[in-house]
Design a protein. Structure first.
Length: 509
């Protein structure tokens, strides 16, 4: 059986929490201990003191309007069991939604009908919230770390940490004991702040966080109903069964069309053959003309964002049969992308999320494996651990060997090696003798261009990639870089999204 690989860490963390909460309550009531005691008196409970064993929370995500009013846009249902949790968010007026959680297998996301491990940088702030919301502050072994004034009120700062995680600063009102905010990785390059907006009283005398937001965000999460000590088990924290499913045909290689700037995967929909661009920067999609030919009717209208602008389409569902007989059933599909006449659609996240997909560009063939019974070949390979939370694989890199950036691997960025946002243009030394302008078209149908040249080096994990081509444009967004097909074309990749990694073998041709 495949695992997310975090269970030993979480078991150790829970043991640390339990031991800390047992041992630190007896500390002398001065300094940090006195402030923690003040907070415990304010909320009236602490994790593992037996008074609140779990919480079931229902509420909304609301948009904060200019006049301070709130407009609910999503419903929230959460189950908290000590630090472990499961959150389900669903749209009120749209199909938007998400599921995520932390159980003894690790952090997970439910994206596109599949459950994938969360290995992203946001795990730290999620863990910090679990510590604070579960009233496990004593486990941090905190020390006083100065004071700060917020909205005219002075707060004492507790700084603490748990082994394996970065520090957390907790801002406590010394008069009441209430927490105003907490900051994960306060001295890091990207500190993450969460502000507590309200507490709710449960069980007559116990207070629980009932509203919070991230500064600078236009959204607030609040809970109108909080039920303590409900019927909750470890099983309630596990990801739900996948709606989209695979039937695997046994791992037989089948032909694909490997071109100089793209990979085309053959598949049939309702018996109609099609040609689909392998696009790690997209979901599963098809053109309007192919959808009509295959009898796929558009459903709910939607707007979607491509590299060059916003397009208009609709969501539907479809079954895809691949060359070896493997079938992807009941997959979300976006109808309305703009592609060349020779291409009928895209196979991206929903195609890759529930399988191991091995692409041999040297032999122009693809093999689909069942992740429950198979593992990729990692011998002499580059292993990219990727964050898949936004349905596009992302990994940290350094431009020019020094400038940090978040890179998105986008095999649909045909012909491109690396593209980064304009803000990096003056920070990266580019070989202007080989510079020029590159024109491109996105799936939304709009066109764009960017300045291009070469730089000395890009570091991808421990691997230096020397003299790569790079372009500068607005669309990757601040601090982001797109690794296009020009990068991927140097390798035979194996996409192992169920374990949040991509395995790269250098091509022999």
């Amino acid at each position: 059986m495949r695992r997310f690989g975090q269970a030993p860490l979480l078991a150790a963390v829970l043991l640390v929490l339990t031991d800390a909460l047992t041992g630190l309550r007896a500390q002398a009531a001065d300094g940090a201990g006195a402030l923690l005691a003040k907070h415990r008196a304010y909320v009236g409970w602490e994790m593992d003191d037996g008074s609140i064993r779990n919480l079931i929370l229902d509420g909304n995500v609301a948009k904060i309007n200019a006049d301070g009013s709130r407009t609910p846009i999503q419903r929230v249902h959460e189950i908290d069991l000590r630090v472990l949790y499961r959150s389900t968010v669903s749209g009120i007026t749209s199909r938007t939604g998400s599921q995520e959680g932390l159980d003894l297998t690790g952090f997970w996301y439910r994206v596109g009908g599949f459950t994938i491990p969360n290995i992203g940088e946001n795990r730290g702030v999620i863990f910090a919230r679990r510590i604070v919301f579960s009233e496990a502050l004593s486990s941090l072994n905190s020390q006083l770390h100065g004071t700060a004034t917020i909205d005219g009120v002075a707060y004492d700062i507790l700084r603490g940490a748990i082994d394996g995680w970065k520090p957390i600063d907790v801002y406590v009102d010394p008069a009441s004991g209430a927490i105003k905010q907490f900051v994960y990785d306060p001295d890091g390059s990207k500190p993450e702040t969460t502000m507590i907006d309200a507490y709710m009283t449960v069980l007559t005398s116990k207070r629980v966080v009932s509203a919070w937001h991230v500064p600078g965000s236009a959204y607030e999460r609040s809970y109108a109903r909080i039920v303590p000590n409900g019927a909750v088990t470890d099983a309630d924290l596990k990801p739900p069964a996948s709606r989209t499913t695979w039937t695997f045909a046994g791992g037989k290689p089948t032909p694909i069309d490997v071109q100089i700037d793209k990979i085309i995967v053959p598949a049939t929909v309702n018996g109609v053959p099609g040609r689909f661009l392998l696009d790690t920067g997209a979901t599963v999609a098809m053109t309007t003309r192919f959808a009509a030919k295959a009898g796929i009717k558009p459903g709910q209208a939607t707007n979607f964002e491509g590299t060059t602008g916003v397009g208009h389409g609709a969501w539907s569902r479809a079954n895809f049969t691949f060359g070896d007989g493997s079938v992807l059933r009941d997959a979300d599909v976006l109808i309305g992308v703009t592609l060349p006449e020779s291409e009928d659609g895209l196979v991206g996240f929903n195609f890759l999320a529930g399988a191991i997909v091995d692409i041999d560009m040297d032999q122009a063939r693809m093999t689909i494996y069942d992740p429950a019974t198979s593992q990729p070949n990692e011998d002499k390979a580059i292993i990219m651990r990727v964050d898949l939370s936004n349905e596009t694989p992302r990994t940290p890199i350094k431009l020019g060997g020094t400038l940090p950036s978040t890179a998105m691997l986008d095999s649909g960025a045909s012909g491109m090696e690396f593209v980064t946002d304009d803000a990096f243009f003056s920070k990266v030394v580019m070989d202007r003798a080989r510079s020029g302008v590159f024109a491109f078209q996105g799936a939304s149908g709009a066109e764009g261009d960017s300045r291009c040249g070469t730089i000395d080096e890009i570091d991808i994990g421990p691997v230096p990639y020397t003299s790569p081509s790079i372009c500068f444009a607005k669309w990757p967004g601040p601090g982001n870089t797109v690794m296009g097909f020009g990068f991927l074309s140097h390798f035979n990749p194996t996409f192992d999204y169920p374990d949040a990694k991509i395995v790269l073998h250098v091509r022999t041709r």
